[in-house]
Write a protein that binds this ligand. Structure first.
Ligand code: ATP
Length: 580
């Protein structure tokens, strides 16, 4: 049972529930035999005149009563079995989903580089649903049917071992056929899952990119890609069905041969006078009935082989080491120091960050600038511990951030990204993300400071307006201001601003700049900026080029140095005078 618990990744409670489910299923199987046993007794009683006896109508009345009781008992057992198996499996899958979601939250971002959204969604929904199906529809039935078959086999062997052997000799052969197909089925189901993921990706891409596809007249071309993937999925599904079907049908045919064998052995024993006619008749009735649970097992096993892939995918995800660290130790100050840090997104690729050593003093405003792809965002992600550096270290207040729990570290930081993520909830709740314990009046104060209040009050339900998926109904500037309100509400001592105003029109930019000024007051601030005029007043400007520090200093110092910064600045000021 321990092995099964580990294989199915069950909690102790889940394992205990599974045991109860197996016991309930076994009880259902035995209770289902009761009406049948009563019926047999009736038949034997009714056949008594054939051997010169007399039918006892008292006994027949008793059998009738027993029949009704056994049917009621079977129904009660079935109800209990339903509750035990299904409720237990739904509880277990809820726990699995929550623990996977919790685990994903703590994973290093490198995992999200190698896995796409569909893959993770499938982990969370599809794989858990498959394991739920295995727990509710397969494993208890497999065990219960196995136990019932063994029990009946032993009971029949006590009566006549030769007939029992004839009934059961084909069962191991049928199982052997299904078990042999396991490797082939495993291969086919892995391919099928992979192509299903690819198809989900294509469908998502097609729906998300529908505007671009239409605008560029790419409908046919893109649809052909989607159609090919869906066709491949159908081809593999059919191949898998045929592959499974051949083995299951083969195993069932072998099993059916057991009926013929029992008849042959029975007739042989009857003619030899070693078995009476009525016991033989009962054996023949039993053999038809007894193969039903075996056939159920033969069809359930391939499904279990298929679902094993889902469980393996869940195990693979859960085996990725989450980021850990100290959750308690408070930071004494907010000096951020990068000491000779090196980093690459892909271990085989060139370094994205190479030997950077910089200091961002507490309470200062530091800007990171440089050409596109020079590594500005990467440095900010390393400071926030979205990724860990390959070598060198980053300290805050003298504490190496690798020793800090990411969530603890995050409690000291606010972010404002250019791409704002909004959730399908009210505006109020979207701002509350900054501080879960904030009261409504604090949220509204933050919204006012972030210049959100005016546009929010213009919406049909004000702060209770539902935003829809990713706030699709708001403009870029409005979304940006909501993210600033969140950061204001969080009131963290370190603020990271990544291209916060880069894509906004001048009017929006001015109001967002005001909101940002309120946000960064008295904080340790790191700004990533493309538009150099917005950071001319920074205490220190770090210029990155190809993942290295090219130069640093104040705006005036860098202009006087006549290096990369001056070149970037000159290009930008000249382009401001262009007209289209
Ligand atoms: P920009 O100004 O255009 O936003 P940046 O200076 O912020 O650029 P980064 O986003 O840090 O540059 O990217 C630095 C390099 O790392 C680029 O070559 C980019 O392609 C690569 N890179 C960024 N993010 C990832 C990622 N998640 N996986 C792999 N490579 C990445």
């Amino acid at each position: 049972m321990r092995k099964l618990q580990q294989a199915m990744m069950l909690t102790d409670k889940g394992s205990a529930n599974l045991k109860k489910a197996i016991a309930a299923c076994t009880l259902t199987n035995f209770s289902a035999i009761l009406p049948f046993a009563v019926l047999l007794q009736c038949i034997m009683e009714l056949l008594k005149p054939l051997s010169g006896g007399e039918v006892s109508w008292n006994k027949m009345c008793l059998f009738f009563g027993a029949g009704i009781v056994s049917v009621i008992l079977a129904a009660l057992c079935h109800k209990n079995d339903y509750r035990k198996t299904y409720v237990a499996s739904y509880l277990q899958s809820e726990e699995s989903r929550v623990s996977i979601a919790e685990h994903i939250r703590r994973l290093p971002m490198s995992v999200f580089n190698s896995k796409d959204l569909t893959d993770l969604t499938t982990n969370l929904m599809g794989d858990v649903a498959n394991s739920e199906h295995a727990l509710s529809h397969i494993i208890p039935q497999l065990f219960a049917n196995g136990i019932s078959i063994m029990f009946i086999c032993a009971a029949l062997a006590l009566y006549d071992w030769r007939m029992a052997l004839a009934v059961f000799v084909c069962v191991p052969v049928a199982f052997a056929i299904i078990v042999t197909s396991r490797a082939l089925q495993g291969r086919l189901s892995r391919k099928h899952i992979a192509v299903k993921l690819a198809a989900s990706d294509r469908v998502q891409e097609y729906i998300e990119g529908i505007k671009v596809i239409r605008a560029c007249n790419m409908d046919g071309e893109h649809f052909a890609v989607l159609e090919n993937t869906l066709r491949e999925m159908m081809r593999l599904a059919m191949k898998m069905e045929v592959g499974t079907g051949v083995f299951v049908t083969g195993a069932q045919t072998v099993l059916q041969a057991g009926i013929g064998l029992t008849v042959m052995v029975g007739i042989n024993l009857l003619t030899g006078g070693e078995i009476a006619f009525i016991p033989l008749l009962i054996f023949l009735l039993i053999v038809v009935k007894i193969y039903a649970p075996v056939i159920v097992i033969l069809t359930l096993l391939p499904q279990l082989f298929y679902f094993q892939n889902s469980i393996k995918r869940m195990r693979d995800l859960l085996s990725v080491e989450p980021m850990t660290g100290d959750t308690e130790k408070p930071l004494s100050n907010f000096n951020i120091v990068c000491e000779n840090i090196n980093f690459s997104y892909n271990k085989d690729a060139e370094r994205t960050i190479s030997g950077i050593s910089v200091t961002i003093p507490a309470g200062s405003l530091t800007a990171l600038v440089g050409p596109s792809g020079s590594g500005k965002s990467t440095v900010s992600r390393l400071i926030a511990r979205f990724w860990d550096t390959d070598s060198g270290r980053i300290t805050i207040g003298g504490q190496d951030i690798k020793t800090m729990d990411p969530e603890h570290l995050m409690s000291y930081m606010s972010f404002v990204f250019q791409d704002v993520v909004l959730f399908n909830d009210t505006i109020l709740e979207n701002i509350r993300i900054g501080n879960r314990d904030a009261e409504e009046k604090q949220i509204i104060a933050a919204a006012k400071a972030a210049r959100c209040d005016d546009f929010v009050r213009g919406l049909p339900d004000g702060y209770n307006t539902m935003l829809g998926e990713n706030g699709a109904t708001l403009s870029g500037g409005e979304r940006q201001r909501i993210s600033i309100a969140r950061a204001l509400l969080k009131d963290a001592p370190i603020v990271l601003l990544d291209e916060a105003t880069a894509s906004l029109d001048p009017e929006n930019e001015a109001s967002i700049q005001q909101a940002i000024s309120t946000l960064i007051e008295g904080k340790t601030v790191l700004v990533i900026a493309h538009r150099l005029r917005t950071i001319a007043g920074a205490d220190n400007i770090i210029v990155l080029d190809k993942g290295q520090v090219a130069e640093q200093g104040t705006h005036d110092e860098l202009i006087a140095r006549d290096g990369l910064y001056k070149r970037l600045y000159t290009v930008q000021t000249e382009s401001l005078g262009w007209t289209v």
